[in-house]
Design a protein around this ligand. Structure first.
Ligand SMILES: [Zn+2]
Ligand SMILES: [Zn+2]
Length: 465
């Protein structure tokens, strides 16, 4: 019943940790398993959507492992049509006509759909989709490109030749470079996805001119080749910006360094010391043990009730099959069935209760530990992490990531908001929750301190008591 509580320092922080840990961890595990499955597939180079024209999903490849294979009929037909355009003997429209009406291309039949000639739209999508030479983007619009494992229909050179024929060769080439935060944030102004790009610059060692050097080998001012320069300075910048795909948007670029600084600042608001983490985890484990002891009498009484039911079940059966009950004098069929059903129901109810008393502690200790661990180490991991680590940490931090006027906004996950509270539960300064200070506080202070965990006094874990 987390919704009934506000996040105030007067609340028992640990009780909330328990409640939140249970609620969140369950949902998070659930959605992450789905995402992890897709991501694993993508990392292996398998496009995670329905197969595109000319290909088919191969479900027979093993449990859950759907891979993409060329469609034995449609792949060669489509490739032939692309070759006609590449040879420049046919226009795209002529090639499509031949495909549909001379070769009889029909889309795969699925229920009442399909079985139709290839549409103009799909054909043009096919001609401009890097998928056909072995690259795909996931998630769509994120600018994260993967090397595909499926058999390409054309080569990369043929793809770019095709784009020139179509007058589409101005499109940026899908580069495999992975930026840490693409596709995670939305623009606060127009709600489009935030993407990234990088720039490479070189400072000429001869004339000190700074120039974009990705596509050139020499200095535009003095003409000296970069390879001939004595000590050229190479600069690499990454910028994040709105994709501006929906409506005009006035948002500007932001450097990756500025973005990372803001993420680190947010991480610092919830970073707890290792000592505090250890202290809390000790308290939690003690509480778990205490709860387990509390449960002992309950578990025993449940066990006894269950045995009694079993006994009554046996007696009932003995009575039913006894020689004196030949014609149902002692126990007729209907009564027997009714009593047996009632006992069975009672037994399964008891079984369920016994199972739930055993699970309790495991269910919250583990998620709590993960949360404390994250609060303790995430900032350090982020600072020294690979792009993948940084991305994982930002994802774990919260949802609704928006970027407005170079300011990143994050709705922190509830269990991490709690860490901010754990870190500094008291609105009054000098009333920190650090264990050392707690240990020094005397009873009078404690009674006045609403942030002091209520159960601690009863536990005798405090040196004062
Ligand atoms: Zn925008
Ligand atoms: Zn120069």
């Amino acid at each position: 019943q987390t919704h009934e509580r506000g996040y105030f320092p007067t609340d028992n922080v640990l009780m909330m940790a328990v409640e939140l840990g249970m609620a969140n961890q369950f949902l998070r595990d659930l959605s992450q398993n789905v995402k992890r499955g897709l991501q694993a597939k993508v990392e292996k180079g398998w496009y995670p959507g329905p197969a595109k024209a000319g290909y088919q999903n191969d479900a027979a490849a093993g449990k859950g492992e759907k891979i993409i294979r060329p469609d034995p009929i449609r792949f060669p037909l489509l490739r032939r049509a692309l070759r006609l355009i590449l040879a420049q003997t046919h226009t795209p429209m002529q090639a499509l006509h031949i495909l549909n009406y001379e070769c009889g291309y029909r889309t795969p039949k699925k229920r009442k759909m399909g079985g139709l000639p290839l549409s103009r739209t799909t054909f043009y999508d096919t001609l401009t989709d890097p998928f056909y030479y072995g690259r795909f983007e996931y998630p769509k619009g994120s600018d994260r490109w993967y090397q595909a494992s499926h058999k390409p229909m054309i080569t990369e050179d043929e793809y770019w030749h095709l784009q020139r024929i179509l007058g589409r060769d101005d499109r940026p080439s899908p580069r495999l470079h992975c930026f840490a935060f693409t596709g995670l944030m939305h623009c606060g102004e127009c709600n489009c996805l935030i993407t990234a790009e990088d720039k490479e610059q070189t400072i000429c060692s001869q004339c000190k001119r700074k120039f974009a050097s990705r596509n050139r080998n020499d200095c535009p001012t003095c003409g000296i080749a970069i390879s001939q320069m004595a000590s050229p300075k190479h600069l690499h910048y990454v910028y994040y910006h709105c994709t501006k795909k929906k409506i005009p948007c006035s948002q500007k670029f932001i450097r990756d360094t500025l973005l990372e600084e803001q993420i680190i600042q947010t991480l610092h608001t919830l970073t707890i010391s290792e000592r505090l983490k250890t202290w809390y985890m000790d308290q939690l484990r003690q509480q778990a043990e205490h709860d387990a002891n509390d449960q002992m009498p309950l578990r025993q009484s449940l066990q006894e009730a269950y045995s009694t039911c079993q006994q009554r079940m046996d007696n009932l059966l003995k009575l039913k099959i006894s020689p004196q009950n030949n014609a149902g004098e002692l126990l007729d069929d209907e009564t027997y069935a009714r009593q047996q059903a009632a006992l069975k129901q009672e037994m399964s109810r008891l079984q369920f209760k016994m199972a739930s008393t055993e699970k309790d502690a495991d269910q919250w200790i583990n998620p709590c530990e993960k949360t404390f661990h994250f609060a303790c180490y995430a900032a350090a991991h982020f600072k020294n992490g690979t792009p993948e680590t940084k991305r994982a940490i930002l994802t774990a931090l919260g949802s609704n990531l928006t970027l407005t006027n170079k300011k990143l906004r994050i709705s922190l996950h509830k269990h991490l908001q709690l860490m901010q509270l754990v870190r500094d539960p008291s609105p009054v300064k000098n009333h920190r929750f650090e264990p050392k200070i707690l240990g020094q506080s005397n009873r009078k202070d404690r009674a006045l301190d609403p942030a002091f965990p209520r159960w601690l006094g009863d536990r005798g874990s405090n040196p004062d008591s």
